[in-house]
Design a protein around this ligand. Structure first.
Ligand code: AMP
Ligand code: GLY
Length: 422
């Protein structure tokens, strides 16, 4: 089959890398792609992933059979709808279902309607209401912008002034959700759905904060680990019973059970697991740990999901651990420079793991950075310690001016025990 991957990040690189290894795939096209995906298939550099008509026209031109849509903005803009109308098998929901991610208010109302455990929240529509809410609540609070914000539309703080500043700015683009602050351990859970059924993929842990020790601003994700050692069968069963099954029932009841990936952000608190958010796509950087652990054919799996046939696709995972660490540009997640010349990268095919590119460009013999999160170094190992060592060893070979990364990805998991029900 001819497969189109929409996007240019390290997530899309990981998907294209695995798809290119499939005997069922004739050609992988990546729109627009990056310097590394060009070596795996063909980039379509003039196709903007956020322009659905442009993506649809490219799929027509290249006789695409299967499309996998990476970024949420493409889904929210209706790329999956247009491609499906054209007869392409698509991994990704309709714009209607994508509101589960693109509107925090829609997501919260869905959680409430289906009694899925989540933080208490209220919607705020103006500055006066925000001021009243901040005055009425003691302790830390979480404010969330309504629309898509690349993981940066959320502030957790107990500083009233910072909350008021953030909330006032966020109100300019719509209502703001004010949420109870949940203490606990965060997990990323992915359901691959085929319109009838959903399969749970191995649970990952993402590092959302910019700094070591989870300090600093929210980012799109600075690293990830899979599987998470303290998630035992009992916790997985609780998550399945309290979150996954009610979510699937709710999606089905509302006609939202789609063909694609549902990503559930979960906080495991001492009172049990709570949903933080839904996303309607693969995670970045979680995909960079999930995909290298997949032992079976990704093209076959995604084709089955896109055609309502998941039960037919073989699905097995390597008995290994994967750790990915993101190398970011100086200044990220605030302002940063791109177009920086990359001085060195480890070669692809290293037995320790793989370095995935995000939005890089090649000019002549040189690779240049393209975004805030520039590379994602995934180490594999028989256990967490060796996977972590391999990820950081690969990262030492990733050199570009001002590049930095968190040094503690996977480290706390050695000590952490799961929170117990009180
Ligand atoms: P979201 O986009 O809703 O996932 O929020 C981004 C990040 O903010 C999450 O990954 C969490 O780290 C944090 N967060 C969101 N909601 C809460 C909450 N209610 N309590 C504590 N942290 C939260
Ligand atoms: N890593 C979180 C996300 O993809 O939204």
């Amino acid at each position: 089959m001819r497969v189109l991957v929409v996007g240019s990040g390290a997530r899309e690189h990981a998907l294209a890398w695995k798809l290119a290894a499939s005997s069922r795939v004739e050609e992988v096209l990546v729109a627009p792609g990056n310097a590394a995906t060009a070596d795996l298939g063909r980039n379509l550099p003039r196709v903007s992933s956020s322009d659905p008509a442009c993506v649809r026209d490219a799929a027509r031109r290249h006789a695409v059979d299967l499309a996998v849509i990476g970024p949420e903005d493409a889904l929210a803009a209706g790329a999956a709808d247009l491609l499906r109308d054209d007869g392409v098998a698509v991994v990704g929901p309709s714009a209607h279902a994508a509101r589960l991610e693109s509107s925090k208010a829609f997501c919260k109302a869905f959680l409430l309607r289906h009694q899925i455990p989540a933080a208490h929240a209220s919607e705020v529509h103006d500055r006066a209401a925000l001021q009243r809410l901040l005055a009425d609540h003691a302790g830390p609070l979480v404010l969330k912008m309504d629309g898509l914000a690349q993981g940066k539309g959320v502030l957790e703080s107990d500083d009233r002034e910072a909350l008021l500043r953030f909330g006032t700015a966020a109100l300019a683009s719509g209502p703001v959700l004010a949420e109870q602050y949940l203490h606990g351990f965060e997990l990323s859970l992915f359901l691959l759905m085929d319109g009838n059924r959903a399969t749970m993929l191995p649970i990952c842990s993402d590092y959302k904060k910019a700094g070591d020790g989870n300090a600093g601003a929210n980012t799109g994700g600075m690293g990830a680990v899979c599987p998470v050692p303290w998630v035992d069968a009992a916790l997985a069963a609780t998550i399945d019973a309290q979150i996954v099954q009610p979510t699937i029932r709710g999606l089905r009841a509302e006609g939202l059970l789609y063909r694609g990936v549902l990503f559930i952000g979960i906080m495991v608190t001492e009172h049990g697991p709570r949903v933080l958010e839904f996303n309607v796509r693969f995670g970045d950087p979680e995909t960079q740990v999930l995909i290298p652990l997949l032992a079976t054919d990704l093209a076959e799996l995604l084709w089955a999901a896109a055609n309502g046939n998941l039960a037919q696709a073989p699905l097995r995972w390597h008995d290994q651990t994967a750790v990915t660490v993101v190398a970011a540009a100086d200044g990220y997640p605030a302002g940063y420079r791109s177009g920086l010349r990359v001085a060195s990268l480890p070669p692809s095919g290293d037995p320790r793991g793989e370095v995935f590119h995000a939005s890089t460009k090649r000019t002549g013999d040189h690779v240049y950075t393209g975004g805030g999160r520039c590379f994602s170094a995934t180490g594999l190992g028989s256990d967490l310690a060796s996977a972590r060592t391999n990820a950081y060893a690969l990262l030492e070979q990733v050199r570009f001016p001002g590049g930095w990364w968190r040094t503690d990805i996977g480290a706390h998991l050695f000590n952490a025990a799961p929170p117990r029900n009180s």
